[in-house]
Design a protein around this ligand. Structure first.
Ligand code: AMP
Ligand code: MN
Ligand code: MN
Ligand code: MN
Length: 341
């Protein structure tokens, strides 16, 4: 069974390590029935404007009833819709409009761990946020070049240059870009294997980095009028006790939300995050962290939040995007017929 959410607040484009241009990602979001998509590239906001322009154009096409308007195609031939929460399956053009939420995923270092802080509903032109982006850019370029040199010494051809060529002009090159290159060169059977063979801590092409404190990122997000979200809290290698310490410090520095629903999440992890979200009175966010075509992650996929949790779009800063806490997440439940898969 799969649940499709019409909200997805964590995604990547070619402005960092995503495989799609912002426009192609936006078209995919319409195909998947999304109404709210946040673009949260690593340490920059360069994909946001194109995504917003693409959505504006396609919303117009929808409202005009144009044959070129994007269609929904998430109910595949072998799938059956078993339930729709907070809405209907068939929707008018008005109900299918897409809003792009400007966001960012900031890399930070906390007690020797790389922690990601998402900023949602930010003003992408804000000078404090732009200054932080410029500082992170320097760190990113230096590290990407250092990783490239290590890979070159291991026999890869022009690794840094090729990553740059594959991404958007001015993109931030992350380990995710390198993982794809390693996979394309046939040196790993999957992206995950590329990480474990080359890019994870202790491996040959690993380069340590200090990304800067969490406080600095939260401060810039807030200066830009946004809300700080602790991204994928269960993906860090932290004990429960350490995770709670992280959350307590995150809150003390002004953090107000955490991702509760992610793709590829174990049910017990989700239950624990729901419990922490309630205990610490944080707002619940949700995001696929979609990067590229693949079997396991997709926009809106399995991002269901329990209806009783206060959601991140109830924050005052979400009102500028037509959102408030009364707006309910639409969830389409799909079951696949085994015989046809
Ligand atoms: P960086 O910020 O340059 O260290 O790169 C982080 C990126 O690598 C993020 O997009 C992660 O989602 C991705 N990443 C980290 N570990 C893995 C892994 N084991 N498999 C796939 N992607 C990973
Ligand atoms: Mn990434
Ligand atoms: Mn992340
Ligand atoms: Mn991400």
């Amino acid at each position: 069974m799969t649940i499709l959410s019409n909200f997805d607040f964590h995604s990547h484009t070619k402005a960092s390590d995503g495989g799609f241009t912002p426009s192609d990602l936006v078209l995919r979001a319409y195909n998947r029935g999304l109404n709210y998509l946040a673009i949260t590239d690593h340490d920059l906001v360069a994909g946001v404007q194109e995504a917003q322009e693409c959505a504006r154009h396609n919303n117009e096409l929808l409202l005009q009833g144009s044959p070129e308007a994007p269609e929904e195609n998430y109910v595949y031939a072998n799938a059956m819709v078993t339930q729709v929460d907070n809405g209907t399956l068939e929707r008018s053009a008005q109900e299918r409009l897409l809003t792009i939420i400007p966001g960012i995923e900031l890399s930070t270092t906390w007690r020797n761990e790389q922690i990601h802080i998402a900023g949602l509903f930010v003003d992408i032109d804000n000078s404090e946020l732009q200054a932080l982006i410029a500082r992170k850019k320097e760190l990113r370029v230096a590290r990407a070049i250092a990783i490239g040199q290590k890979l070159e010494a291991l026999g890869f051809e022009r690794p840094y240059e090729r990553c740059v060529e594959q991404a958007q002009v001015g993109a931030n090159i992350t380990r995710g870009n390198y993982a794809r290159l390693i996979y394309q060169d046939g040196k790993a059977k999957s992206i995950d294997e590329a990480f474990h063979k080359y890019l994870c801590r202790g491996q040959k092409a690993y380069v340590k980095n200090d990304w800067g404190p969490i406080e600095e990122s939260i401060q810039a997000i807030k200066a830009a009028g946004g809300i700080a979200v602790l991204a994928h809290p269960r993906r860090y290698k932290l004990s429960n006790l350490r995770l709670r310490t992280l959350i307590e410090e995150f809150i003390s520095w002004g953090g107000e939300a955490m991702e509760v629903a992610s793709c590829q999440q174990k049910p017990n992890d989700k239950l624990y995050l729901i419990e922490l979200c309630e205990r610490y009175k944080l707002l619940a966010s949700l995001g696929s962290d979609f990067h590229n075509d693949g079997l396991f992650r997709n926009l809106g996929q399995n991002l269901d939040l329990p209806d009783h949790l206060p959601v991140v779009w109830s924050a005052p800063c979400a009102a500028r995007f037509g959102l408030n806490g009364d707006i309910k997440q639409r969830r389409v439940h799909l079951t696949y017929h085994k015989s046809e898969t």
